[in-house]
Design a protein around this ligand. Structure first.
Ligand code: PXP
Length: 239
């Protein structure tokens, strides 16, 4: 299982003062030195944390995989096609939300997503769709030639009752297996942390986990490099 680090909230902190520090690009480079497999940022339409400058500098400087999270809007697709990340992960986006609240409904948005995937593919960019762990959403993703899905793990992560968490994990396990059988790459993310990853890491059909908030929260207390390395150890099963 690979680990891609989301550095959006380094930019949130920077923007809180309207200054230049801390810089998400510096964070990405330090994380690469610590051993992450890729860097994720979400270029939101309102640019509330990551901005175009960050995306362009990241493209120039990082040497691991660049996963650009984005809504399927004309403006952001144009920027993605120009920047050329290795992967574009399409997420639903609501202006009022604090963070992405759930997967995109592929079935209800099939034409829009089909066109977005076509544009991104024409520019050599692989596409992942952030979806709920549901079979019909996976089948629809295959229909429009997505390369990956990213399974929304928020419900699993928020479970406080052990049996419910186990049921959610089973749902994700079945969805991941189905997606793999159909030839999709399978990523997962949202709400994964140093505790629930000790259960989640057992899922053999997950290629990559995308984690942000938990690592940055820990970084405040133990330092950024150490927080990244601790998560790497957990994912590898050595911690
Ligand atoms: N994957 C997607 C699609 C997301 O939108 C986010 C949050 O930005 C994450 C993963 C990472 O979630 P978290 O910050 O809770 O680890």
């Amino acid at each position: 299982m690979k680990f891609t680090l989301n550095v959006d909230h380094v930019a949130t902190l920077r923007n809180a003062r309207g200054e230049t520090q801390p810089d998400p690009v510096t964070a990405a480079l330090i994380a690469e030195q610590a051993g992450v497999d890729g860097i994720v940022v979400h270029l939101r339409e309102d640019k509330r944390h990551i901005n175009e400058r960050d995306v362009r500098l990241l493209r120039e400087l990082i040497t691991t995989k660049f996963d650009l999270e984005m809504a399927a809007t004309e403006e952001i697709i144009r920027i993605a096609c120009d920047v050329q990340p290795e992967l574009a992960t399409i997420v639903p986006e609501k202006r009022q939300e604090l963070t992405t609240e759930g997967g995109i409904n592929v079935i209800d948005n099939i034409q829009l997503l089909n066109e977005a995937i076509g544009d991104l593919h024409k520019n050599g960019i692989e596409v992942s769709l952030f979806i709920e762990p549901e079979i019909d959403q996976i089948d629809a993703s295959v229909e429009i030639a997505a390369d990956y899905i990213e399974i929304h793990t928020g419900v699993f992560a928020n479970c406080t009752i052990e049996e419910e968490q186990f049921d959610e994990l089973e749902k994700i396990r079945i969805a991941a297996k189905h997606a793999k059988k159909l030839g999709l790459g399978v990523n997962a993310g949202h709400g994964l942390n140093y505790t629930n990853m000790k259960i989640f890491r057992e899922l053999s059909d997950i290629d990559e986990v995308s984690i942000g908030h938990a690592v940055l929260a820990r970084a405040f207390f133990v330092g950024f490099d150490r927080a990244v390395r601790d998560m790497i150890s957990i994912i590898k099963g050595t911690f």
